[in-house]
Design a protein. Structure first.
Length: 215
């Protein structure tokens, strides 16, 4: 791992050597220990997957704890786009380091994000020259890249109907954008769910990943 980043939690594949890498990207003010807790719900269904949950590349700047992928102290759209463009290569480096360690590549890698992690994961997915295997986003928002290069990675979006942090309308906005590029998309709006991940969403996401490539 690059010396520029904090050591992060990971879980080895049940069936080693791993044939897939799944990257969990947490939300604002959290850290990698949050989403790694999802692994027990996924591992039996994805036994060949190695799971990593990197910590955000910066300390959270609105509390004395937690990490962030970019600051939201200034929510001007142009500022958010600028910070995303600056920090995306740092997340990409973390993923590339682990891919090299496991002798895997983008075609073997699944990106899973929550909230700000979905924003980063979507952006990262859409700018790839070599497509990822799949991308799953929970409770996120689209930050459209200057150029959408990757039109082939299947994308799954899951959002709570009662989300008070990132409104559920963002799901439709993202789907519309992806449809404009004919990107294969699955989506689920979870009734009565706030800004969170529940069992129904997890089941939908796991089924989506398992069914990639199944006719």
């Amino acid at each position: 791992m690059s010396q520029n980043y904090l050591p992060y939690p990971e879980v080895k594949a049940i069936n080693e050597p791993a044939t897939k890498l799944l990257v969990l990207i947490h939300g604002l003010g959290s850290d990698g220990h949050d989403l790694i807790s999802l692994v027990p719900f996924m591992q039996k269904e994805l036994p060949g997957y190695h799971f990593i949950s990197p910590h955000g590349i910066e300390p959270y700047d609105m509390a004395p704890f937690g990490r962030q992928w970019f600051s939201l102290s200034d929510r001007a759209p142009a500022r958010i786009i600028s910070l995303t463009e600056t920090n995306i290569p740092l997340l990409a480096e973390i993923i590339k380091d682990k891919q090299r360690e496991l002798s895997l590549s983008n075609k073997d890698t699944v990106i899973v994000g929550f909230s700000q992690g979905t924003m980063m994961g979507l952006y990262l997915t859409l700018i790839q020259d070599e497509p990822f295997y799949a991308m799953v986003g929970f409770s996120g928002r689209l930050i459209p890249p200057p150029e959408c290069k990757n039109l082939t990675t299947p994308i799954c979006l899951i959002h709570g109907e009662k989300d008070e942090i990132v409104p559920a309308q963002e799901l439709n906005r993202c789907i519309k954008y992806l449809n404009n590029f004919n990107i294969k998309t699955s989506s689920l709006l979870v009734p009565n769910l706030a800004h969170s991940i529940d069992a129904k969403g997890m089941e939908f996401a796991i089924k989506f990943v398992r069914n990639i490539g199944v006719s």
